[in-house]
Design a protein around this ligand. Sequence first.
Ligand SMILES: Cc1ncc(C[n+]2csc(CCOP(=O)(O)OP(=O)(O)O)c2C)c(N)n1
Ligand SMILES: [Mg+2]
Length: 355
Amino acid sequence: MPDAWPLYQVIGPEANHPDRVKPEIAVKIFNDMVLLRTFDEKTINLQRQGRVGTFPPSLGQEAAEIGSAWALEPEDWMAPSYRDHGALYVHGVPFSHVVLFAMGKGSSIDGVARVLPSSIPISSHLPHAVGLAMAAERLNQAHIAIAYFGDGGTSEGDFHEALNFAGVFRAPVIFFCQNNGWAISVPVSQQTATPTLVQKASAYGVFGARVDGNDALACYQVVQEARARALAGDGPTLIEALTYRIGPHTTADDPARYRPLEELEQWTGAKDPIVRLQEYLEGLGILAPGEALRIRQDATVFVNQAVDDALNSAPVEIHSMFEHVYQTIPRGLALQREELERIHGAMAGKGGLHG
Ligand SMILES: Cc1ncc(C[n+]2csc(CCOP(=O)(O)OP(=O)(O)O)c2C)c(N)n1
Ligand SMILES: [Mg+2]
């Protein structure tokens, strides 16, 4: 059977789409990919030092995260999953918010950017993105919604319901699936009986595109095209970005226990999305010799500052754990709060109680 789902590529000898990315945008994309890698490495170290909680890095997925998000406009709605710090950063959410979250410190993103809270439940945010997109259309607003999720997310009912609903109502929404090969320890071959994930688009009457998820410029262009289609009234797009999770699922995971080292080796080195974009831009003279090194050095300074901001922020007020869930606190929780206040009062003389 002919491959009806060719891989959209801009960078590399097998490129099948022309490069339409402005050089200054390409450099910004490279810069943000380096920032994201630097941030992930720094935050993993903080977790190892016990200074932040469990953290899901996006090592290896920088092209998909950053390239895709650069194609959005600030008024577009983003519904991310837990691994999408890169896309969030491009869309206006500072890295310090991610660290605050990983430290269990409250940090409101209200008004910071048009983003939903990062979804920990798999795919539960996809129907929300459809709703946001439909609302924009009904209000005659020229923006779209995009949902980020993984290969494992395509096995959830919410994925199918969201695609079906979006297809029926021609919602201006993009489903951006990062197929990183694994859903924790489950390989994508055990996730579906179909050769691709993107072909599920057909069943819902949704446009589908399969993109090289390690090619940042292809990710940028494919989302730009999906966005233009959505705004032209041509409905939703399911994008499957083929990439690879180089790191662990989270800092609580050890992938050496379930995946072969040879597989990892295939995706590092020349296939690394940062290496690929750097070599491509240097080849075109868009990045001057030494510029990538300077970008890396600046990234370290920038990321250290963002992380310090979060680490130095005031400790969380422990009573806040009872807020924002119920308008009227149930009796059982009220009793627990009273008990905490008693303990807190007793400890006040011994240096207090911090979250
Ligand atoms: C509804 C639901 N079921 C199970 C889990 C546990 N869980 C957390 S991450 C994960 C794997 C998700 O894999 P994928 O969608 O490929 O995203 P990735 O982690 O690779 O980015 C699972 C099953 C969850 N968070 N939510
Ligand atoms: Mg995955």
